[in-house]
Each structure stands twice: as C-alpha cells, then as structure tokens.
Design a protein around this ligand. Structure first.
Ligand code: F0G
Length: 390
C-alpha cells in the first residue's frame, strides 16, 4: 500500500495516532485537508475534540438568499430571506447533524449506524456512513419515501428495511435496536444531531449580524426547530443585538400533532418528509415556540404544492413539498384570517427567514403528475419556434 493510499484511508476513517502526532486533526494530508464543513467552521460549539475523526462532506455554509418577490408579498418594507438547505451534500439540512453524529460515533468505535426515516435522514446517514467506511441500516415506512431519497440510500449502500407501518413505528423499532448496542442511532434523538443542526442558526446570525425577527420552518419530528432555537440562544454573545427571533413552526394539516396537541395515529400528507404523528422532540419544540413567543400553524397539501410552485417560479428556488410548508406558512401569516400568527400588523422593515429544508429533485413524483405529456416536434427551426409559442 502506498503512502498516499494510507493517508487517503486516514482521511476517510479519521485521525490515526500517526496523523495526530503531526498535529493534523482531521487525519487528512495537510494539502488535501478540507476546511469546509460545519465541524471545521464551528468546532468550538460542537461536541468534538482533537481526538474526534472528522467525517465531512463539506456540508453547511448554505446560501441565505434574499427574495424580492417574497418580500413584496409580505409588504410593509419587510425583507424575506430563504436559507436554502437543499444545497447540502445530500440535498437536505440533515447533513449538518449527520457529520457530527457520525464523527462522534466513529470516535466511540462504532461499526454501524441505524435510523428511522421519512427519507432525508436515511439518505444523509447512508452517505456519511459510506464516507466513514461503516455500515448503515435505514428503517423506512414502506411505500412512503420520495423516490429520490430512496435512490440515494441505495446508491450510498445502506441496508434498507421497509416496514409495514409509519415513521413513528420505524422509530420505535430503532429505539429498541439501539438499546441492544449493536448500532449507534443517528436520528435526532441523538443529541449530536441537534448540535450539528444548530450551526444553521449560527450561519444566519453571522450573515445578518443578528437573528432575524421571525424564523419560519417546517416541523415534522421537531428536531430542527429545537436545534435552531438552541443555536440562536447559544450564539447570543456573537451577535450585535440582544434579540431572539419569533419561531413559527409549520405542520401539514393531516400530520399536525403539535398544533392539535395530541398524537395523530394515522398522519397523512403529500409532504412525506413530515408524515409524523408523534414527534420525538415534541416538548422541546413546544418550549421553542413558547419561549420565543411564536406559534405553530398548519398548512394544507394544496397550499404546500401551490407554495412549492410559487417559490420555483418567482424566486428560482425548487424545494421539496415539506420545505414548501414554510413558504405556505408565510403566505398564511400574511393573507389568512385564520393564521395563528398574523403578519398584518408587524412593524415595518422586519427581517424574516424561511428555512427550506430539502431539494425539489428528491421528490419528483408529485411534480411529474402535474406535467403534461411532452410531445416531440420535427427538428426544424420553424416547428420549434411554433412550439415555443411565446
Ligand atoms: N423538511 C424535510 C425535507 C425533512 O426531511 C424533515 C424531516 C423536516 C422538514 C422536518 O424536520 O423532523 O426536524 O422537524 N425529516 C426526517 C427524516 C423526519 O427522516 O428525514 P424535523
């Protein structure tokens, strides 16, 4: 085995004693060392130390996109930004937590990880396990995973198990398997996942100089709203103002346990990522909403799909349905008398951030159904011009 090969191996599996002796935390050859990723950027805020092998795919540092059309929709001189988490390495925000959870699992000598998932966690876990050179099992609700996400888990080489049940059933099984000690659980019940996901709030504060006035995001298992709220509070000393944002969680109408304050036995929504009836971080999400004087609201599947199309066509940002729930929630705050939190009387010039959590290409099936069949035309300029019809 050549020296280069063994260094590459170290780089993948983490720091070896030899590489640590050369003062290189990540175990990568210095020239090849990646200075990207949330651990590299926010190490001091994360549960890692010099012994932790860094398993990273360069996640985080996602764009906070100013959206003029969305800002116009809100009016009152408000500024709306979209934090586009769909451009993470596996196309969702899960990568932020997964780099930390898999790195700490490696530090503890894990040989396999496991998760229940509505799709994105499994895609992310599978990728980071592949990167670390360990096994990954993903337990999924049969028939309810968006095709792009399932393909990802397969491509990254995870062991995929589909159960006849929903996400809540899958998570119950994973919790039990975790107790037996053969696997490290990398769902957001693993605090290292939440720790990694906090970095999205840090990035927003670093970019805006302070937290926004309002933060809207979709809520499923409720790990992300928990992580953002923890992140904003923890980053307090690093911002100019002493303020914290009002947190507004958006649930799908058919899968809204926090909104209704009761377990939903048969959750149902087109936004399959949020098809969850008994969220693991329910209490923490409630605390975030109450402490921030925010709200949790519901949006219908129709509103979600309309918001998905609107965002793609007006701002050029294509997100999966669950992510569009945050945009649908924003519209509801602006337009609806039934909104739990109304933006009609907010002060002028407020700053609003909506987190969009996953890339639109992960869930092509819903959009595909809305596309008309594509008929070909003869390959002539005239036929093509006629077909364009603009
Ligand atoms: N948006 C997307 C795209 C998601 O994949 C999820 C959750 C959420 C929002 C909700 O975030 O659970 O932190 O409240 N997906 C999990 C999964 C459940 O298995 O991929 P949350």
């Amino acid at each position: 085995m050549s020296i280069e090969r063994s260094e590459a191996e170290n780089c993948r599996a983490g720091a070896s004693p030899a590489s640590r002796a050369f003062g290189n935390r990540s175990g990568c050859p210095t020239t090849a060392r990646q200075n990207r990723g949330v651990i590299a950027r926010y190490r001091d805020f994360l549960p890692v130390n010099d012994e932790t092998p860094v398993i990273s795919l360069g996640e985080g540092d996602t764009p906070l996109i100013y959206c003029p059309e969305l800002s116009k929709r809100v009016g009152r001189g408000c500024h709306v930004f979209v934090k586009n988490e769909g451009v993470n390495p596996t196309g969702s925000f899960k990568d932020r937590g997964m780099t930390v959870a898999v790195s700490t699992a490696m530090e503890r000598g894990a040989r396999a990880i496991i998760c229940a998932s509505t799709g994105n966690t499994s895609a992310s876990a599978a990728a980071y396990a592949a990167r670390a050179g360990i096994s990954c099992a993903v337990i999924l609700p049969a028939g309810k995973i968006a095709s792009g996400k399932l393909l990802q888990a397969f491509a990254y080489g995870a062991k995929i198990v589909a159960v006849d049940g929903n996400f809540d059933d899958a998570l119950r099984i994973v919790r039990e398997l975790g107790v037996e000690g053969d696997f490290v659980i990398v769902n957001s019940i693993n605090p290292d996942r939440i720790a990694g996901q906090k970095t999205a709030a840090f990035e927003i504060v670093d970019e805006l100089g302070e937290p926004p006035d309002f933060h809207l995001l979709p809520v499923g298992n409720a790990g992300n709203i928990t992580a953002y709220w923890a992140g904003y509070r923890e980053y307090h000393p690093h911002q100019r103002s002493g303020r914290l944002p009002v947190m507004i969680g958006c649930q799908a109408a058919g899968a809204a346990p926090i909104f209704h304050n009761r377990i939903i036995e048969q959750p149902e929504t087109i936004a399959s990522a949020m098809r969850i009836g008994n969220p693991a971080s329910w209490k923490q999400a409630r605390a975030a909403i109450e402490e921030s004087r925010g709200a949790v609201d519901v949006v219908t599947d129709e509103e979600i799909l309309a918001a998905q199309m609107w965002l793609a066509r007006h701002e050029g940002i294509f997100v999966e349905p669950a992510s569009a729930a945050a945009i649908a929630g924003l519209f509801k705050c602006c337009d609806s008398n039934e909104a739990v939190y109304s933006f009609r009387n907010i002060s002028e010039g407020r700053r609003i951030v909506c987190t969009v959590t996953g890339h639109g290409l992960k869930d092509p099936d819903v959009i595909m159904q809305r596309m008309r069949e594509l008929k070909s035309v003869p390959a002539t300029v005239d036929d093509v011009r006629r077909a364009i019809d603009l």
